[in-house]
Design a protein around this ligand. Structure first.
Ligand code: MRU
Length: 359
């Protein structure tokens, strides 16, 4: 089993992450020490993918603590990124609490659709809300929670891979959408993790990766991850997927998710819904692979999922070159909702399950 991709890590009082906007042309690790810089990295998709956003949110809160500490002359992390002893006596748990409340809301507002971001921040804020003898104890607990969020995602992704791999036979071709591998998670992946696990168990799998307009997470990132693992991959324009399925070349479609409502309606990258409709037309099983942190049981169905709309420029230009008349408008939702009846099953860390999903 190969190592995880170092998608995001907490190092020496800063967050390090791979700048995903530059891949595959350039592999660059960014070191981010400020909450505002992390928010910029999230909104511009330098770090993206629902589970990775959850981890980024948790680490972002720790950056908020670090910032607060620096302004009061202290330093929260030791050189290995662990909580250091010796807090400035003037800093109270209440002062930290006030600051973290603001940081949490700032981070939460960066991207609305992926529930993992709010889910991770809620977990951190549950720690924040408890009574602590002093800031040192509270901060140590917050740090432990952030590490747990990361480590649980590693375990969940591996388990999703094991659950889903059984669906694939030697020689199968799988159609994917967006990026759902290590870059979108703690380092392994959900939908693409299913492919990795099948390949690790000795099966030969061919990946057909939708390019995923407008920001090409499929073409740039899923293809990059497959190539890195020596898995054969063909990239197709999003509009070619129905034709591909009509040729009966595809054993199944596996996509990730940004938020799954209690009834199973699933928000994922724009284009997922069209893919599910085409898969249904051609009798190709359509699976959603996601950790339980992506299920939002508080939302009864997909109509209540907030959908992020992004800048018209993403549609009207391509890598800096204007491709659409200036006078034309644009429609650019980043996600769509696939109704649960188009989904054959949900590949989770608990196996392949069906809705409804309880609280
Ligand atoms: O806008 P993005 O790139 O963050 O969208 C990501 C997706 O839609 C993924 O399919 C989803 O987050 C699942 S990632 C394992």
């Amino acid at each position: 089993v190969r190592d995880l991709i170092p998608t995001i890590a907490l190092k020496k009082g800063a967050v390090e992450l791979i700048d995903q906007t530059l891949l595959p042309a350039e592999y660059k690790v960014l070191r981010i020490a400020k909450v505002e810089a992390l928010c910029e990295a999230i909104t511009s998709l330098r770090i993206r993918g629902a589970p990775a956003l959850g981890i980024a949110g948790a680490y972002g809160l720790l950056l908020g603590v670090e910032e607060e500490w620096r302004t009061s002359g202290g330093h929260y992390f030791d050189e290995n990124g662990f909580v250091a002893d010796g807090f400035p006596p003037a800093v109270t748990a209440d002062a930290v609490r006030r600051h973290l409340g603001l940081v949490s809301e700032r981070l939460r507002g960066t991207r609305p659709t992926a529930v993992n971001l709010g889910w991770a921040l809620d977990r951190m804020m549950d720690i924040w809300r408890r009574e602590w003898p002093g800031p040192a104890e509270m901060l140590r607990a917050l740090h432990g929670e952030a590490r747990a969020i990361f480590e649980e995602d590693v375990a969940m992704c591996r388990a999703i891979g094991r659950s889903g791999a059984a669906l694939l036979k030697d020689g199968d071709a799988v159609l994917t959408h967006c990026n759902t591998g290590g870059l979108a998670t703690s380092g392994y992946g959900t939908a693409l993790g299913v492919v990795f696990a099948a390949v690790e168990s000795g099966k030969r799998i061919h990946v057909y990766a939708d390019e995923t307009r407008p920001l090409l997470q499929g073409a740039r990132l899923n293809a990059w991850e497959c190539v890195a693992r020596g898995i054969p991959v063909s990239v197709l324009c999003d509009g070619a997927s129905a034709a591909l399925m009509s040729e009966k070349k595809i054993a199944c479609v596996i996509v990730g998710a940004d938020r799954i409502a209690a009834n199973g309606d699933t928000a994922n990258k724009i284009g997922t819904f069209s893919l599910a409709l085409a898969a249904s037309r051609f009798g190709v099983p359509f699976y959603v692979a996601a950790p339980s942190s992506t299920i939002d049981p508080s939302i009864p169905d997909g109509t209540a999922i907030p959908i992020e709309h992004r800048s018209a420029d993403e549609v009207k230009s391509f890598r800096g070159v204007v491709t659409v008349p200036r006078e034309a408008g644009a429609y650019n939702p980043a996600f769509d909702v696939t109704p649960r009846d188009l989904i054959a099953g949900f590949i989770t860390e608990q196996g392949i399950v069906q809705p409804p999903f309880g609280g």
